[in-house]
Design a protein around this ligand. Structure first.
Ligand code: 6PG
Length: 248
């Protein structure tokens, strides 16, 4: 596993650079004609990236080879303001030329346990397999201030070795159900990219990237794509508590 940390002065500069990098990866696969499977993270951070991609690449033809999935989803209907799919739809999916059959949303409005199973089957049907697990070309991840990623929260690290492709999780504060990819799928990806901005994440970034958390390992620390590449896209705020991570 190669890890690369990229730090940008602002969230906009980070998002513009990452948008170009994602397009470069997509185009590198386009010539082979093979589908490019991308799992999108949720929360607030990626909305800027999605908006920039939706604006700058709205007419691009390469979207026809991309299949979008979600890393996790809140168990709410797609029109709910909490919906990760809903956010991606308005920021990106409604702006680009992508076939509807290439969009594989988690149905947050369905029964969580049944949807986790159904979504696992949909992932299996529409992605390649590698090491016996679904293989994603790209997985975008966020980082919570408590060190969670996807919807794998502290105390639930067993999901990094779970046998399921997807699992039902509960947000520790709101107790609301979520559906999440599990760790074996995340760590089976070709390219995993954390996107983290803001001073609020700076202590956790230092804990995770500089092992400042002492003996306590948080879920994000378990993200280690065995045969893949791991990138951390940070803005200067998120990197502000790190001694070794400095803007180049
Ligand atoms: C979600 C995400 C979650 C998110 C982090 C960071 O559904 O909320 O998958 O893991 O990436 O909580 O969220 P923010 O970007 O809102 O800080």
């Amino acid at each position: 596993m190669d890890t690369e940390i990229r730090i940008f002065p602002t969230p906009v500069l980070l998002a513009e650079s990452l948008a170009v990098e994602l397009v470069r990866i997509i185009k590198s696969h386009e010539s082979s004609g093979a589908p490019v499977s991308i799992a999108l993270s949720g929360g607030n951070t990626p909305e800027l990236l999605f908006s920039i991609m939706g604006k700058n690449f709205s007419d691009s033809s390469f979207w026809k080879v991309v299949h979008f999935f979600w890393v996790d989803e809140r168990c709410v209907p797609p029109e709910d303001t909490e919906s990760n799919f809903g956010m991606a739809k308005s920021a990106l999916l409604d702006k680009i030329l992508i076939p509807g059959t290439n969009i594989h949303r988690i149905k947050g409005e369905e029964n969580p346990e049944k949807e986790a199973m159904r979504y696992s089957e949909e992932i299996s049907m529409f992605t390649m397999k590698k090491n016996g697990w679904p293989f994603f070309n790209i997985i975008l991840l966020g980082l919570g201030e408590d060190g969670h990623t996807a919807s794998i929260f502290p105390g639930n690290e067993r999901l990094f070795s779970a046998d399921e492709i997807c699992a039902v999780a509960k947000h520790p504060d709101t107790d609301r159900n979520r559906i999440t990819l599990t760790g074996n799928v995340i760590n089976n990806a070709e390219t995993v990219i954390f996107v983290v901005t803001g001073k609020g994440k700076s202590q956790m970034i230092s804990n995770v990237l500089e092992n400042r958390g002492g003996r306590i390992k948080v879920p994000a620390s378990y993200v280690k794509p065995a045969d893949g590449e791991l990138y951390w896209y940070l803005d200067s705020g998120a990197a502000s508590k790190s001694d070794t991570l400095k803007l180049k």
